[in-house]
Ligand binder design. Sequence first.
Ligand SMILES: Nc1ncnc2c1ncn2[C@@H]1O[C@H](COP(=O)(O)OP(=O)(O)OP(=O)(O)O)[C@@H](O)[C@H]1O
Ligand SMILES: [Mg+2]
Length: 290
Amino acid sequence: MPIHLKSFDSRLGTHETPEVRHLSPENAPYYLPVGDEVEIFTAAYRARLPVLLKGPTGCGKTRFVEHMAHKLAEESDGPTELITVACHEDLTGSDLVGRFLIQADETVWVDGPLTQAVRRGAICYLDEVVEARKDTTVLIHPLSDHRRILPIEKRGETLQAHPGFLLCISYNPGYQSIQKNLKHSTRQRFVTFEFNYPPADKETEIIAHESGVDADTAGQLALLGEKVRNLKASGLEEGVSTRLLIYAGELIRHGISPQRAATVAVTWSLTDEAESKRAIDEVVKAIFPA
Ligand SMILES: Nc1ncnc2c1ncn2[C@@H]1O[C@H](COP(=O)(O)OP(=O)(O)OP(=O)(O)O)[C@@H](O)[C@H]1O
Ligand SMILES: [Mg+2]
């Protein structure tokens, strides 16, 4: 069975497939488990319970879903694809479900990414779901309870989800205003994973693996991460992501000095605020003296 990984950007007004990869356990991207999330996701998938991932930016949510989609592809009714939708404030229900388009004088129906996932048994990952318009809730609710159905109002049709289908959504509670929190009737339809930055020993391993720096340098970057996250109490809005620590590692591997790499990939990426920059800089210099 041909299996793919796709992502959609409805802002382009197209359903282009910028990335197509074969889903199979052997092609699973590297993911280092931090707790029992692999076992729980596997159980949730087998029970077809929808999944909600919460956590700060760059802490491994997307990587985890990609990893799990590959790992589960060999189950008898397992996912055939991973379809990712980056939600934004203009994203409507129609963007997810589909619409009638005029093509050569004919009106044709084009499935949106959610409908495609429901028909074909994909894992549908709605990233930053709280950003989307409210009318998307009407679609998510009947799909994420025992009914597993998708109403396609414009066609007067209701689709029963393919057995392989799973709905997976994510959001970052830190960014949202009160109005943009998930409603209880939505959140109480999901099994929830609370992601956070990995502990230092695991983060060291991840940085070394992803950026290719030696274990010592990776350990120093993980320590930098830990210390900068502790500064959060003193006014930094968000801790430094694992992603940025990996960027610093990559710059180091490509010949930039560790102190400089940490400044451009961590300090400047994190904040514009002079006081916070100074505080991070001090930590950088303590860990990476020039
Ligand atoms: N447990 C992990 N195992 C392997 N890699 C990880 C892990 N955690 C983080 N990473 C690395 O961190 C990078 C950023 O993670 P990812 O893109 O999954 O973040 P995210 O939580 O989806 O962030 P956002 O909310 O911004 O989308 C990944 O590309 C990967 O290199
Ligand atoms: Mg992500």
